[in-house]
Design a protein. Structure first.
Length: 386
């Protein structure tokens, strides 16, 4: 395993010249969005999580040229198809990913090809093995593969210390323009990355009062005091909960987490009484939980008691449990239950179809390993997924 330690050196601006061309006016993410992602072994760049093409960051002499091509995009391209589908569906209204880029990066005079919005997904340490995820984002998934003899330890590559990636980012990119940063994982509250990066930004900016931060957490781990003290200095904290269902249906999606820990963490964070904090519940919808979205709506109303304190948003799952596996008949029932103008119904607008067979086979295999039963946990939709 590669190891490294955070040096804490005073930040010095990069010596490379900065392109004087201004920010992209079709989508700010294209010019100034930096999603840096690792599967634990490599490191890649995307302007945002919806852009389908990844660019290798390591030992890539053509990175600057490839990045410039993305910066110069002035309209919809195939790599942005997922974002276009979301925007056309109207599910997020005027906060579709592309339009939201102007909120995250409002300064049109900012130079292009410098990070102003960053999403750091560079630590795969995680205490969950969610059905929509895999070993590339979760150390618990890696352990599950060994436990259930899917792979041996020798078949799994050694993981790079995420602090090594942070040092690389620190040297590679000028960070003095960063005003918005999202911490994903893995599970960010099991990682040293949020704390160390906020310390770095405070050194660069002198303070954090012009920085917006965003945690994407499964809600099972309480953030430590030192991290939250720094977060309290920021302009805003977006505390995003990856909660896709309630009670046993949540536990199936976010195995092996327990529901009571989620509610305990929420109460703990609320009791910090941070004036700059807002909760967002981002529900990843799969063919299993889409029918039960109303249960999640009721739960958010009950636990938060304040519609201004929580924003519930649906998001479509991809991969083995892709929302496109949802059978046509079940989609019609969803339309009837929620109405065509509901965000869940709108997610299906322009969404293609995939046969449910591979999804069902995947779930059946998981049940065999984990001693779970998706048909029992989601009885209302079991007949649709034959």
């Amino acid at each position: 395993m590669v190891t490294s330690c955070f040096t804490g050196n005073i930040y010095k601006p990069q010596s490379q010249s900065i392109n004087i061309t201004m920010a992209n006016n079709f989508c700010r993410f294209l010019s100034n969005g930096y999603r840096i992602k690792s599967d634990g072994v490599g490191l890649v760049y995307q302007p945002c999580c919806w852009y389908s093409k990844e660019i290798n960051l390591l030992n890539n002499p053509n990175f600057d040229q490839e990045k410039q091509l993305i910066t110069n995009i002035a309209g919809w391209v195939p790599e942005c198809a997922s974002c276009k589908q979301i925007e056309d569906s109207g599910v997020y209204g005027n906060r579709s990913p592309r339009l939201r880029s102007f909120e995250e990066i409002p300064d049109e005079s900012i130079p292009d090809n410098v990070p102003a919005w960053m999403e750091l997904t560079i630590d795969t340490t995680c205490n969950a093995a969610c059905i929509m995820c895999g070993p590339w984002h979760s150390t618990t998934w890696r352990k599950q593969e060994v436990k259930f003899k899917i792979k041996t330890k020798d078949q799994l590559p050694d993981l790079v210390d995420p602090i090594y990636w942070l040092e690389y980012i620190k040297k590679k990119f000028p960070l003095q323009y960063v005003k918005s940063v999202s911490f994903l994982g893995g599970e960010p509250f099991e990682s040293p990355i949020p704390l160390e990066f906020l310390k770095l930004l405070k050194t660069i900016h002198g303070s954090l009062n012009d920085v917006v931060i965003h945690f994407q957490t499964n809600g099972s781990i309480k953030p430590n005091d030192e991290l939250m003290l720094l977060a309290a200095e920021c302009a805003r904290i977006k505390f995003n909960l990856s909660v896709d269902a309630v009670e046993e249906r949540f536990e199936y999606h976010r195995y092996p987490l327990r529901w009571e820990r989620i509610e305990s963490t929420i109460k703990y964070v609320r009791n910090l009484n941070l004036s700059n904090l807002k909760f967002i519940c981002l529900a990843t919808l799969t063919p299993l939980n889409v029918w039960y979205y109303n249960e999640l709506e009721e739960w958010t109303k009950q636990i938060f008691d304040d519609p201004d304190f929580i924003n519930l948003k649906p998001n479509k799952s991809v991969g083995q449990i892709d929302l496109r596996h949802t059978p046509i008949l079940l989609r019609h029932e969803v339309y009837k239950k929620f109405g065509e103008d509901h965000p869940v119904s709108k997610l299906f607008t322009g969404l293609g179809s995939m046969k449910p067979q591979s999804c069902v086979e995947y779930l059946d295999q998981l049940d065999q390993y984990r001693k779970t039963d998706w048909r029992k946990t989601f009885p209302e939709i079991s007949d649709y997924l034959k």
